[in-house]
Design a protein around this ligand. Structure first.
Ligand SMILES: O=C(O)c1ccccc1NCC(=O)[C@H](O)[C@H](O)COP(=O)(O)O
Length: 265
């Protein structure tokens, strides 16, 4: 696996995503992916599952299946997406997130397919979505939700990609890292707003980011990245954030089910 030493990691990853799409779309056209999306298993209702957890006064956990990352390299050697998905569901997760980006996260479409087939949880395709082709492909492989990262998109691109995702029946998680991105993201229709504690340009992680943006009204906020213990979750809940996207700290445990249960206790 390659390491990223560029100053702007996100630009590098998105440029690679575009090149990868150009290559893959030679074999499978957009029309092909749209036909496969129309024939895919119906969406499971990602946002509905989160809101149902909140209605029960539970916190919602989006548990991430993540083999490697640009910042940490290989995270988990013993990597079996179906077994991890079952462990997350048994431990109390509300939804899954599956990294499908191949080059730096060592993800794969097949990991999402295997994980979703092994459980009944809705699944977020965790990738760097910059084209319609990727979104149609995500639905074709069974994804229930996609991620749009405001730092990677213009306003017009974000609005267009969101409308396209909705037209395929996908939910959308829009991700921001600062107040300017948050204000741009509020133009989108999705109620699900992720606050990424990781600066995707420098890879620095600081939980203060979630606290700074916690007062955003009218959206279901998701604290993302760098979270590892119940005390952090409780502090964020005290500020009104009840949904958490967590990958690495859970993936490093040998007993994923027990770690998930302990985190949510
Ligand atoms: O994880 C990275 O190093 C990373 C680098 C560049 C772009 C995105 C990156 N991560 C994507 C994510 O947002 C996280 O996988 C997700 O929020 C979970 O974070 P964590 O619990 O810290 O694994």
């Amino acid at each position: 696996m390659e390491s990223l030493s560029m100053t702007d990691t996100l630009t590098t990853i998105c440029a690679n995503s575009r090149a990868h799409v150009a290559m893959r779309s030679e074999k499978h056209s957009l029309a092909d992916r749209e036909a496969a999306a129309a024939a895919a298993s119906p969406p499971r209702g990602f946002i509905a599952a989160i809101h149902a957890a909140h209605a029960r006064e539970d916190k919602a956990l989006i548990a991430e299946i993540k083999k490697a990352s640009p910042s940490k390299g290989l995270i988990r050697k013993d990597f079996h997406p179906a077994a991890i998905a079952r462990a997350y569901q048994a431990g109390g997760a509300t939804c899954l997130s599956v990294l499908t980006e191949e080059r730096w996260f060592l993800g794969a479409d097949n990991y999402l397919i295997e994980a979703r087939a092994a459980c009944t949880l809705p699944v977020l395709a965790k990738d760097f979505f910059v084209t319609r082709w990727q979104i149609a492909n995500a639905r074709a492989i069974g994804a229930d939700c996609i991620l749009l990262i405001m730092a990677a998109l213009s306003d017009a691109e974000a609005i267009d990609l969101e409308a396209y995702a909705h037209s395929l029946g996908l939910d959308v998680l829009v991700e921001v890292h600062d107040a300017a991105e948050r204000d741009r993201a509020l133009q989108l229709k999705t109620p699900l707003l992720g606050i990424n504690n990781r600066n995707l340009k420098t890879l620095n992680v600081d939980l203060v980011t979630s606290f700074e943006l916690a007062d955003t009204p009218g959206r279901t906020l998701v604290a993302e990245s760098g979270l590892s213990g119940p005390a952090e979750l409780a502090a964020l809940q005290a500020r009104g954030i009840n949904t958490f996207l967590i990958g690495e700290s859970l993936m490093r445990h040998s007993d994923v089910e027990a770690a998930t249960r302990a985190l949510l206790a």
